[in-house]
Design a binder for this molecule. Structure first.
Ligand code: GTP
Ligand code: ZN
Ligand code: ZN
Ligand code: ZN
Length: 278
């Protein structure tokens, strides 16, 4: 997670280019923590250096995730109150999150309003693409942070007009590691794996696949050209993520999209399932 990848310093993020202040700040988990507290009967601050029989890094990490979990529950309640199904779309950079969302907007063709919250370190390219496709889209630029968190989603959601939104798609930052740890308040977690990435990705990055309700194998239109070993990939997904429904499709050509679409429509129709945190 973030203390491993180094992203976990103070978050300076922006929503549609407007810098956000006073939000959930992730603190460097390995930094000295100047907090006064007591243990073993003495009181002091942590600006000095000596051994203690417990780790503050762990306490702090639990604290950050705990705060995120509470905000995520709040988001979930908010979205349900608006009758909106929220889908968190996660994958490595370039595996086709924006392409898939564009296609979903096209398939819906205005029958149900789509809102998109899209996270990237820099640029609002994806939000522009998705607006052109016909959705309300809010870009969160996270700066140095490699995942969306529940607070960013809450701030971005304030920009959406939910009167016109029945489906909220959240395109997470392209990353197979840290986004897995952050519940955003979604109903459904969809993890993409594209055929160019290698069949062993589920084995190498199991956490994110274990947290998925749905795994989507994307870019099947070029599977043959890149020598994609389909059975091996599916076996690996099933081994790591037996709970997940698997769909194989091409966001580019639309091949295979129907099965995913039917699944999603079932979720939209019965907003009672699958509810709850992933
Ligand atoms: N052949 C093929 N190309 C695809 C498909 N889906 C996406 N692509 C291409 O893959 C590239 C990356 O797609 P994006 O949709 O931008 O990927 P992303 O996951 O949103 O990337 P980040 O936002 O950077 O994480 C683009 O050139 C897409 O046209 C597909 O199903 N088949
Ligand atoms: Zn990270
Ligand atoms: Zn992170
Ligand atoms: Zn994208």
């Amino acid at each position: 997670m973030c203390q491993e990848c180094g992203c976990g310093k103070a978050a300076e993020y922006a929503v549609d280019g407007v810098p956000q202040k006073g939000g959930s700040r992730l603190v460097r988990l390995d930094a000295p923590i100047p907090i006064t507290h007591t243990h073993d009967g003495h009181e002091h601050t942590h600006e000095h250096d000596h051994e203690h029989p417990h780790t503050h890094a762990l306490d702090l990490q639990v604290g950050v995730l705990d705060k995120n979990a509470r905000l995520a529950e709040r988001n979930r309640g908010y979205f349900h109150g608006k009758d909106v199904l929220a889908v968190n779309v996660l994958s490595s950079p370039g595996s086709g999150k924006t392409a898939l969302i564009e296609r979903m907007i096209a398939e819906l063709d205005g029958k149900r309003g789509v809102g998109v919250i899209v996270g990237d370190l820099e640029t609002d390219n994806d939000a522009q693409r998705l607006r052109r496709a016909g959705a309300q889209a809010v870009q969160v630029t996270t700066g140095t942070v490699c995942h969306l968190d529940a607070e960013m989603v809450a701030r971005a959601a304030e920009k959406l007009d939910f009167a016109d939104v029945g489906l909220l798609l959240i395109e997470n930052v392209g990353n197979l590691v840290c986004p897995a740890a952050y519940d955003l308040g979604e109903d459904l977690r969809a993890v993409l794996l594209s055929v160019t990435e290698g069949e062993d990705k589920p084995l190498k990055y199991p956490t994110i696949f274990k947290s998925a309700h749905v795994v989507i194998v994307n870019k099947i239109d070029i599977a043959e050209a890149v020598g994609f070993q389909r059975e091996l990939a599916l076996d690996n997904i099933r081994r790591v993520a037996p709970q997940a429904a698997i769909f194989e499709l091409s966001a580019r050509t639309g091949e295979g999209i129907d099965a995913w679409w039917e699944y999603l429509e079932r979720c939209l129709r019965s907003m009672d399932e699958p509810h709850g945190a992933p």
